[in-house]
Design a protein around this ligand. Structure first.
Ligand code: AMP
Ligand code: MG
Length: 493
């Protein structure tokens, strides 16, 4: 790995230097060739294993933990920071640089009461979800590897520690701006320094003057809306949408008790500790907006509130545009005429309202019939609208309601000239395979019980091509067995 150290060199006072503590008997549990290519690496090797498990120092690395704060479940915590993630610097890749972080690399000054470690099950889940979301074309941080060990750690009982090697274009979070805004107490030097650094590094097309700041915040609003539109379209629930888990680039980030929907359920809550359902699946668009409002608040010393509000007011438009682009592609709605600017704004709004209704009614049908979200959408690749064949209909209990919806849908899509082509386009938009909780769980249990990572490797390979049929793997597309239905994850990780 070749590192540069821009954050470390230019933002002194924004982190603490730390040294990761080695984990014993390190071994590769998972390795992502796709993530490795992003930083110009090829295959894993023994020396790299020693470096990424903190047994050897990595050449060119500077180990540090960043300080930030954040709103957690609605309440402000004035100081958080990397309690168990240690950054090595920015590895230079063929396209751009990626922060390399050892999540679970040992205690830091921000560990509070924690041990600085991650348990194997959570490290494996973070590895899998990062790479799976990327393959689904969802903006996300990545995972180069997951490294197992025999180091004992204590949660509800004894478990073993592991490290996820995370790659992220940045680790700067909404919570960074909150921290430097509220600790500045009227002195905006550090907040300005952070905004300027963020713009120069990650929004290089923008200037670092007032106009640039306004434009930057608008782009953060748009990127965040786009990210959550992706989540809603693939049925992904993040689980802990605190402002310290929101990347400033709109990348999915910092995974804990996340879950993909099996059965569609708007108010599905995947986090055992989220008693009020604050981060329920259907709440995510609203929560991301709330988080953007918290970011805006932190930026008021630098950006006029009118400008912040104006940018925030665009959130809904970005959200709907992206969501309908994604869902329209999944369902085969002819929406693209609008993006080519041939219609008036009023006509666009009217059509979008109708399409949103069509999509909402479809997800309501899934919910009422307790159907699997992913598998139901995959059925669209079998549809022949011209002959009115709809295999999806066989899954429904209320046939009349489905027929009513289907008639409206058919009218909207119109005549399909090239059915094969149309079906292929649907299969390219609707994954066959997602990271179902029970599949992750089976991979984890095999490691826990037998030290066997075969299932993990197999699952990771499968999820690299979620849209491909892979007929020999068809069992992995099945709905969960009884024990795996609606698994709710614990926050202790
Ligand atoms: P998370 O819910 O994983 O985003 O973590 C919230 C905060 O708790 C962050 O500041 C983490 O660094 C910190 N944290 C979580 N787990 C641990 C741990 N085992 N040891 C130290 N800090 C932790
Ligand atoms: Mg976090």
């Amino acid at each position: 790995m070749r590192f540069k150290q821009d954050f470390f060199e230019q933002l002194e006072g924004f982190y603490s230097q730390v040294y990761p503590q080695a984990i014993s008997n390190p071994h590769w549990l998972g390795w992502s060739d796709d993530a490795a290519a992003l930083i110009g690496l090829d295959k894993p090797n023994d020396e790299l294993l020693m470096q990424l498990s903190a047994n050897h120092a990595a050449e060119g690395a500077t180990y540090y933990a960043q300080v930030y704060s954040g709103h957690q479940f609605g309440g402000y915590t004035s100081q958080l920071g990397d309690g168990r993630s240690i950054i090595l610097g920015e590895a230079i890749g063929p396209d751009h640089a990626w922060d390399v972080a050892l999540k679970g690399g040992g205690p830091t000054p921000y560990s509070r009461m924690g041990d600085g470690r991650a348990v194997m099950r959570s490290a494996v889940r973070e590895f899998l979800v990062s790479e799976s979301l990327a393959a689904l074309n969802v903006p996300t941080s990545r995972a180069l590897a997951v490294i197992g060990s025999d180091l004992p750690v204590w949660r509800e009982g004894q478990e073993t520690a592991a490290i996820t090697v995370r790659l992220a274009k940045t680790h700067i979070r909404f919570g960074h701006f909150e921290y430097f805004s509220y600790t500045g107490k009227g002195d905006n030097t550090k907040l300005t320094q952070l905004v300027d650094f963020t713009i120069k590094q990650h929004f290089p097309h923008l200037s670092t003057d007032n106009a640039g700041y306004v434009q930057w915040f608008s782009e953060v609003v748009a990127a965040t809306a786009k990210m959550v539109a992706h989540w809603q379209s693939v049925g992904f629930a993040h689980g802990v949408l605190n402002t310290d888990n929101m990347s400033i680039l709109g990348d999915s980030f910092d995974f804990g008790p996340f879950s993909f929907l099996d059965t569609f359920k708007e108010d599905f809550v995947c986090n055992h500790s989220d008693h009020e359902g604050r981060y329920a699946f259907g709440q995510q668009p609203g929560v991301c907006f709330w988080n953007l409002q918290r970011l805006a608040q932190a930026l008021t010393p630098l950006i006029a509130s009118d400008d912040l509000v104006q940018a925030l007011n665009q959130y809904q438009r970005h959200l709907i545009d992206h969501y309908l682009l994604l869902m329209g592609n999944k369902l085969g709605l002819p929406i693209f005429e609008f993006t080519q600017g041939q219609s008036s704004d009023a006509a666009k709004t009217e059509q979008q309202q109708q399409d949103l209704q069509l999509v909402d009614k479809f997800t309501s049908l899934l919910e009422a019939n307790q159907l699997d979200y992913t598998n139901s959408l995959r059925r669209f690749g079998e549809l022949d609208l011209n002959s009115q064949h709809a295999s999806l209909r066989d899954d429904m209990i209320d046939l009349a309601k489905f027929d009513q919806w289907f008639a409206a849908y058919q009218q909207r899509v119109g005549k399909v000239d090239d059915v094969v082509n149309w079906q292929q386009a649907r299969n390219a938009a609707n994954p066959k395979y997602i990271l179902r909780n029970y599949l992750a769980q089976e991979a984890i249990i095999a490691i826990e019980e037998n030290g066997d990572n075969t299932k993990l490797v197999q699952l990771h390979q499968l999820l690299r091509q979620p849209f491909a049929e892979q007929p020999e793997m068809a069992d992995f597309a099945k709905r969960p067995p009884d024990w795996g239905q609606g698994l709710i994850m614990s926050c202790s990780s």
